[in-house]
Write a protein of this length. Structure first.
Length: 344
């Protein structure tokens, strides 16, 4: 059934199809008991403790699909054990010019240069006040495009403090390729400052008897071994809880899609099946380098239950999907959750 729906949606530009899909889901889920029927059809219970949190299962939705926490009630019925919203910035921003999301169907891949388009932290915070009960929600935070890197820490702090009591964990995004110069924040000095300041802010909340919220760092798959060594050192020194590996890649190597078509699309982060090996190599390296001391969420290229198992065996505690979900639908989430349940 999903393949039929997908074939219709793929007649539209990618971003149009995205907006149309969620508008239709919102309408359909107003039908009595339909949301419950979806929940029962796709939910796989596999209670798993990670980062001090109890997850219903080990499969999450990666940031980017529900940037504004607008579809949490709908997405929670599609089998996910947790959902990561964002990337959220302090002020609303439109993102980059359209078109900015492209399908590479032959590769089951996407190229996006969205540019942190979101409604801003205040609007997102209001929506989170009515989040579904029992749903684990992560908050992926970033800086506004016009904020210079030397003041980036202020943007991260604004989002962190306004969302602290509304999400279950945080992901610090310094690895999107679609905000100018953002990846420079992955360098040791600025990254140490951002993460240390966030840990200090968390300590202030804890002193007020507000619960501890895990902080994770989302990194790019294009980092050198030396940079990854720095990441291990930074995570262990700052006391943040873990890493999300990985974001999208700037590479175009290995694509089946015609090179002229790819070139015509232009800049943007590549996600999808093609990213599986590259992101898993980063995951595995960090796991080995840290001697398993750093908890990690594996994301990038998961297109099957077998892919998810590979991520877990390479060092991930949880996995996330995005592009695979677009191409395969909620049945992918169910298949992965079932397979990972066998590993417990």
């Amino acid at each position: 059934m999903y393949r039929i729906i997908r074939s219709i949606l793929f007649l539209f530009p990618a971003e149009t199809a995205h907006n149309l899909t969620f508008s239709l889901i919102k309408i359909l889920f107003r039908i009595p008991f339909l949301r419950l029927a979806f929940h029962q059809a796709y939910r796989v219970e596999n209670s798993f403790e990670f980062l001090g949190l109890r997850f219903p299962n080990r499969v999450g939705l990666a940031a980017g699909l529900d940037k504004n926490a607008a579809y949490l009630h709908e997405l929670s019925a599609l089998g996910f054990g947790f959902i990561e919203i964002g990337t959220v910035t302090p002020r609303p921003q439109d993102g980059n010019d359209k078109p900015r999301l492209f399908r590479l169907k032959e590769d089951k891949a996407l190229i996006n240069r969205m540019g942190f388009n979101n409604d801003g932290v205040d609007v997102v915070a209001e929506r989170l006040k009515t989040r579904p009960k029992g749903l684990i929600v992560g908050g992926n935070i970033g800086k506004n495009k016009l904020t210079p890197n030397e003041k980036a820490v202020d943007d991260y702090l604004v989002c962190f403090e306004k969302l602290y009591q509304l999400v279950d964990y945080f992901v610090v995004n310094v690895s999107s390729p679609n905000t100018p110069n953002l990846r420079e924040l992955q360098d040791k000095k600025p990254l140490m400052e951002i993460l240390s300041r966030l840990v200090e802010a968390r300590n202030r909340f804890i002193k007020k008897d507000i619960s501890h919220k895990p902080i994770l760092l989302k990194i790019a798959p294009d980092m050198t071994r030396e940079q990854l060594d720095d990441i291990v050192e930074i995570v262990l020194e700052t006391g943040i809880e873990g890493v999300v590996a990985t974001n999208t890649t700037l590479s175009r190597e290995g694509l089946v899609t015609n090179s002229e078509e790819v070139s015509a699309i232009g800049a943007g982060g590549l996600s999808g099946k093609i990213l599986m090996d590259k992101s898993t190599q980063v995951l595995s390296y960090l796991h080995q380098k840290s001697e398993g001391k750093i908890p990690m969420i594996g994301v990038g290229g998961i297109n099957s239950a077998e892919d998810a198992v590979t991520k877990i065996k390479s060092g991930a505690g949880l996995v996330q999907v995005y592009t695979g979900f677009i191409y395969e639908g909620p049945v992918l989430v169910k298949k992965i959750a079932r397979e990972l349940r066998k590993l417990n």
